[in-house]
Structure formats: structure tokens, C-alpha cells
Design a protein around this ligand. Structure first.
Ligand code: BT5
Length: 283
């Protein structure tokens, strides 16, 4: 049995049995062509970055059982105990395509996987959260390395609370986070969950790169708990917009109708739902 499926030489801590198990029957075109499974790392995004700079093939997935320095946006901590799906995917999209949308695409794949295979009413909170009710089950961190404006590669970090018990979460997170295990009241097979997720992501990424992604954005809009809600988006440095979220722009930004009636598009930032339009109670 190979000790490493990345084609980049052996990694001492790679778990080849898990790699083979996920790859069995995976049949994806890009995502998961190569998989590296680690016991522990600082952040799978760091590990993926190393592989990407060494020329790793597009679709390489780096997974870890535990992250010792998992991170969210703006250097925030991402709590990554055993039992979660902590992974990063190396993508090399056409430089002229909008990479901002890859964050949305990844969230959509997670939400669809949870809804289709686990009957969990997951919804999307712009820009990078997957929620169930108002609790976070997954966060996405997309990082790009650019030469000028051209992305050399994009790392999509996905943190999904799979088999995480409430007690395993830090106290301050217990009221705002949830997990697959908690919602379906049993452990899930991480191998199966990964296969479902990688397949969904692969299909959606194919639609994206081949410019046949209109259907994806209508799926996104349907599952968005942000669109239709009153929101406050904080862009940092005192720049804040408030109003009704009207839709997603072609670049993946959020279109807001402000109280004064003008339309603004914000490309990133922290979004708070002030008043949520309830529209996803049923699967
Ligand atoms: C995110 O940031 O939500 C992006 C999280 C991405 C994590 C993945 S795991 C694989 C890859 N490797 C990494 O190092 N990161 C990626 P943000 O929107 O900034 O949200 C961060 C906030 O989420 C924190 O400040 C906490 O409030 C909350 N949080 C932390 N850990 C959590 C968890 N396990 N479940 C739910 N919420 C959590």
C-alpha cells in the first residue's frame, strides 16, 4: 500500500489506510485526485500551501485529525479537536475567474451534502458560514496566492463539526456552534461524509470552471439565510453598512439595499443578521 497519495514523496504522518478508504469509489475529476491525511498539523491550510508551492496537483486534499493552530478569518481561532473534518483543497482556477465565489461554492457543497445525505437543514450565511438554525456547523477559509492580480493557487479550508460533542467545544462556543453528531444523535462515518462532500464539491467546481454555474447560484440563493434578512456588514476600520440583503453580485459580494434606498455591494466582511427571514424550516 502506498504511504502517500499526493505524488509528492512520503509524509511521515500520513494515514494511508484512511486515504485509501476515502478514495475507494470516489471517482471525482479534480477534487480528491490526491489526498493527504495527517494525524496532526498546525493548520491544513499551511500544509496545503507547502504542497501547492511544491507544485501539488489541482484537487489535492489535505486532511488532519487535529489542528493545533486552526484559524478563521482575520487570524481568529478555529477550534479543531478530534472528530471534525478539517481539510484544505488546492485549486488552480482560471486566473480570470472570480475566486471570491469559491468560498460560496464550498459552503454550498457542505450545505447540500448535509441536507441530502443527513437530512440536516443547513443554510448559508454570507460569506463563509454554514449554519443550522442560528448555530455554526461549518466555516470556510479561502486563501489565495497571487502574482500581481493573478491567483497562482487557491486554498479552500473547510472546517466541519462532524463528530464533535458539545462538551468537547470550548465553553464560549457551546451556545453558537453545533455538530452533525449532535443533530443526528449518532456518530457519522467520516469516510462516507468525506466521499459525499468531495463528490458534491467536485461536481459544483466542474460547473464553475466550465461556466455552467447559473444553477449553482440559484441553489445558493435558495439556501441563503442572509438574502432577505436585515444585515449589518462590518468591513473593518469603521466602515459599516446596514440594510436588507438583496442578493449576491456576479463577484460573490453581498448586495445590500441601505435604509436610504441605495444599493451597495460589499465583497467581504463580518455579517450580522439583525432580523432573519425564516424560510428554511423544511428540508
Ligand atoms: C471561519 O472563520 O469560519 C473559517 C474557519 C475555517 C476552518 C478551516 S479548518 C481547515 C482549514 N484550516 C484552517 O486553519 N482553517 C480552515 P470566521 O468566520 O472568522 O469564524 C471564526 C469564529 O468561529 C471564531 O471566532 C469562533 O467564534 C467560531 N468558531 C471557532 N471554532 C469553531 C468551531 N469548531 N465550530 C463553530 N464555530 C467555531
Amino acid at each position: 500500500m502506498r504511504s502517500n497519495a499526493s505524488g509528492l514523496g512520503s509524509h511521515p504522518k500520513t494515514d494511508s489506510i484512511l486515504v485509501e478508504a476515502v478514495k475507494r469509489g470516489l471517482n471525482t475529476r479534480v477534487v480528491g485526485r490526491s489526498i493527504v491525511f495527517l494525524d496532526e498539523t498546525t493548520s491544513t491550510n499551511d500544509e496545503a500551501k507547502k504542497l501547492a508551492t511544491q507544485g501539488a496537483t489541482e484537487g489535492t486534499v489535505v486532511l488532519a485529525k487535529v489542528q493545533t493552530a486552526g484559524r478563521g478569518r482575520l487570524g481568529r481561532q478555529w477550534y479543531s479537536p478530534p472528530g471534525g473534518v478539517w481539510m484544505s483543497i488546492i485549486l488552480r482556477p482560471d486566473p480570470y475567474r472570480v475566486i471570491q465565489k469559491i468560498t460560496l461554492l464550498a459552503g454550498l457543497a457542505v450545505a447540500k451534502t448535509l441536507r441530502t445525505f443527513y437530512k440536516i437543514n443547513a443554510v448559508l450565511k454570507w460569506p463563509n458560514d454554514v449554519l443550522v438554525g442560528d448555530k455554526k456547523i461549518c466555516g470556510i477559509l479561502t486563501e489565495g496566492t497571487f502574482e500581481g492580480e493573478i491567483p497562482l493557487y487557491v486554498l479552500v479550508g473547510i472546517g466541519l463539526n462532524a463528530n464533535i460533542d458539545e462538551e468537547a467545544l470550548r465553553e464560549e462556543l457551546r451556545s453558537e456552534a453545533t455538530s452533525v453528531k449532535k443533530l443526528i444523535r449518532k456518530e457519522v462515518s467520516i469516510i462516507e461524509l468525506l466521499r459525499h462532500l468531495l463528490k458534491t464539491l467536485d461536481q459544483d467546481y466542474q460547473s464553475f470552471v466550465s461556466n455552467k454555474d447559473e444553477k449553482l447560484w440559484s441553489e445558493y440563493a435558495k439556501l441563503s439565510s442572509t438574502i432577505g434578512s436585515d444585515v449589518r456588514v462590518d468591513l473593518g476600520e469603521g466602515e459599516v453598512y446596514e440594510g436588507r440583503a438583496e442578493g449576491i453580485s456576479p463577484e460573490g459580494g453581498l448586495i445590500i439595499k441601505t435604509e436610504g434606498g441605495s444599493m451597495v455591494t460589499v465583497l467581504g466582511g463580518d455579517c450580522i443578521h439583525l432580523k432573519t427571514k425564516r424560510k428554511h424550516e423544511k428540508g
